[in-house]
Design a protein. Structure first.
Length: 64
């Protein structure tokens, strides 16, 4: 994962976008992470993963 300051992200916006297409980019402000930039493909993958977790039947345990 690449890390950039907010100033670096602003000044090199195109580079940040290109990097985010290959790997997540953490944007920091005052040394603290505030925003994660990810590609559309990664976002969609995470959405599918979350949707499949919600659709999966829950396991039940038999008491006895």
């Amino acid at each position: 994962m690449k890390t950039m300051s907010a100033r670096e992200a602003k000044n090199a916006f195109g580079l940040m976008i290109d990097t985010a297409r290959a790997e997540p980019v953490l944007i920091e402000k005052h040394g603290r992470g505030v925003v994660m930039v990810i590609s559309v493909e990664e976002y969609e993958r995470l959405q599918r993963k979350e949707a499949s977790k919600l659709a999966a039947p829950k396991e039940t345990t038999a008491e006895g």
